[in-house]
Design a protein around this ligand. Structure first.
Ligand code: IUR
Length: 451
């Protein structure tokens, strides 16, 4: 309810002067943002005051709660799902297809995963775009439809509706044009409000740092992770964050259909080790913190079993059918050993790029790979851009692989006749080959766990 005694200009002045807004003041402000009682210039001024003076935890928790309550929330979920409604959020990385594997694997463990996901914009790809590379799959679903899929299958991956967290939509649009995006409290509030609106019991956050991450700097990423964990727990969602290394792309594939193909391999227990490790580590934490495993190790074992016994792949098949895929095609796609390229879109040309040096692969610049993939058409530079689902990159080497001059190190899947020179040039520079093997090769991307 609007509180007539609180004037918007007074709240802006209080924050501008370094004051700490009360939950009532924050509630009033957010309510008025959605009701049209705050002018855009006032919202811009408040966001700048928040950006410059920072937000205390006493402010971020009520701010996030008010944002979450600004529109529809999912649920209430059936009583028998209590303790089982879980989700994961990633801050975005290159080749990040974790959701496509983790959601079905969790569903196969009896969890309910109402995953509201995003589209790609900029250098990282979006889970929704990847799913849409499967013909017929729709990523829009009403609340009722989501509940039906969760009842029948256990997981769905869909986009945000207009009604879910409308305050974030308004605030983000103004942050984008007022230089106030990069504030930890505002970013954390924006992310957690959307996840909390799913009415989760537990949430695991994959907070990435390194060349391919949105937040390159590890210290900043850690600050964001801590803030999100505080807010999530403050809203009653058991929240844990994993700090993960994003200096090299995840798995071997970058691009929409290519990442679906790699996800299916992983769902059948044949994924690249770094990809499977991250799925198991994130999911193991989630099963543990939600009380569905006695330890993270037990959680990991349960999930691993679903990848080897075919249950996770079956859940993926059921999920895409429930979201609109043709059932015969879905079955043909998801059966173990399937030729997925009979179903998925394939690029017209596959051209290898050769190493210019002999030695050992020391690093692969994930940001450069992502930007090249984007330029081939796998992502969008503006939100209205059309995506080419078939194009992308397929890496032939791992960190530490011994390589000779002239060996293929990456294959470019493209629809243009020849790979543009600038992409070739950039890919030539994306691989770092050294005379001796790297001193350390990461056995896991997980650097730290914050709970
Ligand atoms: N993703 C979000 O959901 N919100 C934000 O503010 C940013 C990324 I930056």
């Amino acid at each position: 309810m609007a509180n007539a005694s609180l004037r918007i200009p007074d709240l802006i002045i209080k924050k501008r002067n370094g004051g700490v807004l009360t939950p009532e003041e924050i509630n009033h402000f957010v309510t008025e943002v959605v009701n049209g009682g705050v002018q855009e210039c006032q919202l811009g001024a408040m966001l700048m005051a928040m950006y410059l003076n920072g937000l205390a935890d006493e402010e971020t928790v009520p701010l996030t709660r008010a944002m979450m309550k600004s529109g529809d929330v999912l649920g209430p979920w059936p009583q028998e799902w209590s303790g089982k409604v879980v989700d994961k959020h990633s801050t975005g990385g290159v080749g990040d297809k974790i959701s496509l594997i983790l959601a079905p694997a969790l569903a196969a463990c009896g969890m309910k995963v109402p995953m509201v996901s995003g589209r790609g914009l900029g250098h990282t790809g979006g889970t929704l775009d990847k799913l849409e590379s499967i013909e017929g799959v729709s990523v829009s679903a009403s609340k009722d439809k989501m509940q039906q899929i969760l009842t029948e299958v256990g997981c769905c991956i869909v986009g945000q509706t207009e009604k879910l967290v409308p305050a974030d939509k308004k605030m983000y649009a103004i942050r984008d044009v007022t230089g106030t995006v990069e504030n930890i409290g505002l970013i954390a509030g924006s992310i957690i409000s959307k996840k909390a609106a799913e009415q989760l019991n537990a949430l695991v956050l994959d907070v990435k740092f390194g060349t391919g991450a949105v937040m390159v700097d590890e210290r900043k990423a850690r600050e964001l992770a801590n803030k999100m964990v505080t807010i999530g727990n403050g809203l009653g969602v058991k929240t844990v964050a994993l700090m993960t290394d994003m200096n090299n792309p995840i798995g071997k594939m970058i691009g929409n259909a290519l990442e679906i193909a790699e996800s299916l391999n992983c769902l059948h227990g044949n994924g690249p080790t770094d990809l499977e490790d991250l799925v198991l580590q994130l999911g193991g934490q989630l099963l543990f913190v939600s009380g569905n495993a006695t330890s993270t190790e037990e959680g990991q074992r349960k999930l691993k079993e679903t990848l080897t016994n075919g249950q996770a792949a079956k859940k993926f098949e059921q999920m895409i059918i429930a979201q609109g895929a043709d059932s015969e095609k879905a079955k043909a796609l998801c059966v173990k050993g399937s030729d997925v390229w009979k179903i998925l879109p394939r690029a017209n040309f596959i051209t290898p790029v050769k190493s210019k040096q002999s030695g050992f692969v020391n690093a692969i610049n994930s940001r450069t790979c992502a930007e090249c993939s984007l330029k081939l058409g796998a992502g969008r530079q503006a939100s209205s851009d059309q995506i080419n689902f078939a194009v992308g990159l397929e890496m032939c080497v791992d960190i530490g692989t011994s390589i000779k001059e002239g060996d293929d190190w990456i294959r470019v899947h493209h629809d243009c006749d020849v790979i543009p020179d600038d992409i070739k040039e950039r890919l030539n520079n994306a691989i770092d080959v050294t005379p001796s093997p790297p001193k350390t090769i990461l056995t896991t991307r997980v650097k730290d766990i914050i709970s």
